[in-house]
Design a protein around this ligand. Sequence first.
Ligand SMILES: Nc1nc2c(c(=O)[nH]1)N[C@H]1C(S)=C(S)[C@@H](COP(=O)(O)OP(=O)(O)OC[C@H]3O[C@@H](n4cnc5c(N)ncnc54)[C@H](O)[C@@H]3O)O[C@H]1N2
Ligand code: MOO
Length: 420
Amino acid sequence: MTEGAVPYADLNWHRAHELAYQSVQPLVAETVPVDRAIGRVLAEDVEAIAPVPQFDSAVMEGWAVAGSGPWTVLEVAAVPEQSPEDAALHRMRWVRDLALQDGQAVRVRAGALVPAGTAGVLVLDRGRVDDDGHLDRAPHAQQDEPRAGDHVRRAGEEAETGETVLTAGTALTPAHLAWAASCGLDMVACLRRPRVTLVVTGAGLQSHGVPEPGTVRDVFGPQLGAYVAALGGTVIGTHHVGLDDRKLLAQLGTDAQDEHQIREATGDVVITTGGTGTHSRREVRGALAAAGAEVLVDGVAVQPGHPLLLARLADGRMLVALPGHPLAAMTGMLTLVAPLLAGLAGASVPRPGHVRLGADVPAGVRTRLIPYTLDDGVAVPTRWRAAGMLRGFAEADGVLICPREGGETGEVMEELTLPW
Ligand SMILES: Nc1nc2c(c(=O)[nH]1)N[C@H]1C(S)=C(S)[C@@H](COP(=O)(O)OP(=O)(O)OC[C@H]3O[C@@H](n4cnc5c(N)ncnc54)[C@H](O)[C@@H]3O)O[C@H]1N2
Ligand code: MOO
């Protein structure tokens, strides 16, 4: 390789995707409140700090009973002028400290604590209480109701203290977080969400309305933040630098003195848009060279999104340069940003899925990323697939990774799932 040459120019799509993932290490962990950990990746195994559930409880409303019956129904002495909440708490504590003896029963609601000594729960409509507070089975009940353990949820039946209840590397879903709350957890150790700075280059970008001929409506500044969030990152700043190379360069350098300051000020990743074509202006490549960045990938053999760059800045931040053409940038996010953010977040590499083609795709000059819609379970490639078009991507169910030789109806092809 000649001096200064980029190790991976015109890289095969799969290798570029993998290289982006492998180019980074997971970020350090931080402990976060359970209710703010959605979508985060667990940094370490979580062990149950108490049995789950924490106490024996009734599954059905009725009476917790001891012995074969009939039973005397015990009730707590009422405290005058107690609020309903205080009365409920007072009764719960009384039940907690109670030890049922043979022939005794206590009225319980579904989910409520049952006292020590409970053999089972006699369901409400299977029992009768007479005026003297004696409980017996209803005429239609079986004579052995309730059998030992009937309608009682035992402490520790889901997890014992010290048991691993969530494993490191899990991307936390609402179901995981409900489970963590059920285990009594308040905080969990998660890998930090990658922080991203967006740098939008280009002239004549309009922030609102229908653009005048010769100008374009900016589709990256306002929208890429949500795309980054869907991929597990957080955009901490968006900078419009126009065509000013010095402003672009300023975003790639830093005055910060140490790693912590750099991360706080500028994040972990810089994503630029536009200025990646190999045309006369130096733009992104020039700025990367001036900033002393190490370019890892310069061009991916894919259409759209050929002039994509992956670089490591001098301070260790990673940079992805997306082309200006909108679809090229949107698919470039799947090619390089998705695996990069997954690598930083400690998540597994996003693997392509597979889908059956519902139409022929002719051969092309290189691999193509083609948005498709699902029709009756088969993939119909969009006709709005050129680099400047967004219509096909907007209505897509996924993106085909179509090899150079194309594909025929009925054939199974690799695809990328969209993060929304
Ligand atoms: N002489 C060459 N021309 C081009 C080459 C090349 O190698 N040599 N590569 C082509 C390919 S492939 C692509 S893709 C584009 C990449 O272009 P750039 O990344 O340099 O993009 P710009 O020139 O900055 O912008 C192109 C075009 O994209 C639209 N754009 C840009 N930013 C936005 C935005 N924020 N919102 C909406 N649309 C945007 C705009 O129409 C720009 O004119 O280069 C080819 N040309
Ligand atoms: O390769 Mo560019 O990204 O389509 O025109």
